[in-house]
Design a protein around this ligand. Structure first.
Ligand SMILES: Nc1ncnc2c1ncn2[C@@H]1O[C@H](COP(=O)(O)OP(=O)(O)OP(=O)(O)O)[C@@H](O)[C@H]1O
Length: 380
């Protein structure tokens, strides 16, 4: 089974692939092909001044296409050492060009000239979610309802990827730095460099991926990986659900997982002891309606169950998050009736013991939860 390293291995087929460059014609209107000259103009010859990010597979530049006042783009230049053969990239491009969802970062085009592999995306204005939760933009914390709407947008696009197409697409890299926020604070899921295609029904067929595929990738990617997948190499749609569950917890806690290695242990302990209210971002204290909080914590923690089969589907997660938002909105509306100028009203801090979760481990399982937990932490 191909993993990231295979997808981007320095290709032995490079020579033959390059001879096929001229064949790379994508369906008209789906995706624009840029020349290297155009990309160089857009980035001032890959000037460091235009760098806006550095990921596992390359560098991202901000640039302008055609008219500096109209189209601003994010240009991802895939590292030459980690790139796929042109044939693989063409397959990827064909797929990416056809994905349409309001919560996906739109791909505008590509450039494959002169041994370059470059993807051109629409520039997403408000940076990535990580910056707003714990990074450079943390001074202006995101309000709770905005966090809920962001989580719903991401759940919707994952639902689309998992079930809305002929094949299931597993994103594999759901984490705050890959959730971009547009000018209306709508989330746009980015970074399809590592996605995998799966059969339409994943219930019987698993995708097996060598976990060594992750050697050399950023720790921020590793810390969001489904532990069961990491140990057993079995990739399922619920692997994205696990990563998304961590994002949900980060949205609530405003803390980075690696800073809080025991985040999950901590959350579980607080749930057991009825002190779950302690995990919230201090900025959110008193701003979350108790009934919304309960729904949210229950669904977030069920997403991060160690075993995939115990996690909900992304469709179920989406419905519950939408319900949590409704609960928050009706509690806010009721609050306004009682206290019209109620901006300073605080919801009571609830003593909250969670509803029962499905069992985390069963005797017949070949890999125990403690194996999974030990392995994933050892690899940090
Ligand atoms: N379309 C875009 N618009 C605006 N900024 C973007 C866009 N795409 C990427 N970025 C910025 O560039 C940064 C780097 O992106 P990239 O996807 O390469 O790396 P990453 O998310 O940090 O790590 P990884 O490669 O593991 O996903 C992102 O965090 C984001 O802030």
């Amino acid at each position: 089974m191909k993993g990231i390293s295979e997808l981007f291995r320095p290709s032995r087929k490079r020579r033959s692939d390059e001879t096929k460059q001229s064949d790379l014609v994508l369906p008209e209107g789906l995706c624009r092909r840029f020349s290297l000259a155009e990309i160089k103009i857009a980035t001032n010859n890959f000037d460091e001044y235009f760098v806006i990010g550095q990921g596992d597979y390359g560098t991202v530049y901000k640039g302008f296409i055609d008219d500096p006042t109209t189209i601003s783009v994010a240009i991802k230049r895939v590292n030459i050492d980690s790139r796929a053969g042109f044939h693989e990239l063409k397959t990827e491009l064909l797929l990416l060009c056809q994905l349409r969802h309001s919560n996906l970062a739109p791909l505008i085009g590509y450039c494959l000239d002169h041994r370059q592999m470059i993807l051109v995306y629409q520039f997403i204005f408000n940076g990535n979610l990580g910056e707003h939760l714990y990074g450079t933009n943390h001074d202006n914390p995101l309000p709770w309802k905005q966090r809920l709407r962001i989580s719903i947008g991401v759940a919707r696009v994952l639902h689309y990827l998992h079930t809305g197409l002929k094949h299931t697409i597993i994103h594999r890299n759901v984490k705050p730095s890959n959730i971009l926020l547009d000018e209306k604070w709508e989330p746009k899921l980015a970074d399809f460099v590592s996605y995998k295609l799966g059969p339409p029904s994943l219930s019987k067929a698993l995708i097996r991926v060598d976990s060594s595929a992750y050697s050399g990738v950023q720790s921020s990617t590793l810390e969001h990986i489904d532990p069961e997948y990491f140990v057993c190499g079995e990739l399922i749609d619920k692997s994205d659900v696990y990563s998304f569950g961590l994002v949900l917890l980060q949205l609530l806690c405003g803390r980075k997982t690696l800073e809080q290695r025991q985040l999950l242990e901590w959350v579980r302990k607080c749930k057991r002891e009825g002190t779950i209210n302690e995990i919230g971002d201090p900025y959110l204290m008193g701003k979350i309606a108790p009934e919304c909080f309960k729904k949210y914590v229950d669904i977030a923690t069920s997403c991060v169950q160690n075993k995939g089969k115990n996690r909900p589907t992304i469709g179920e997660v989406q419905v519950i998050l939408e319900h949590a938002l409704e609960l928050q909105e009706s509690a806010d509306a009721a609050r306004k009736d009682v206290d019209p100028g109620g901006d300073h009203y605080n919801y009571p801090i609830v003593e909250y013991t969670c509803s029962a979760s499905p069992p985390e481990s069963e005797p017949e399982e070949s890999v125990s939860d403690s194996d999974i937990t030990a392995t994933i932490w050892e690899n940090f």
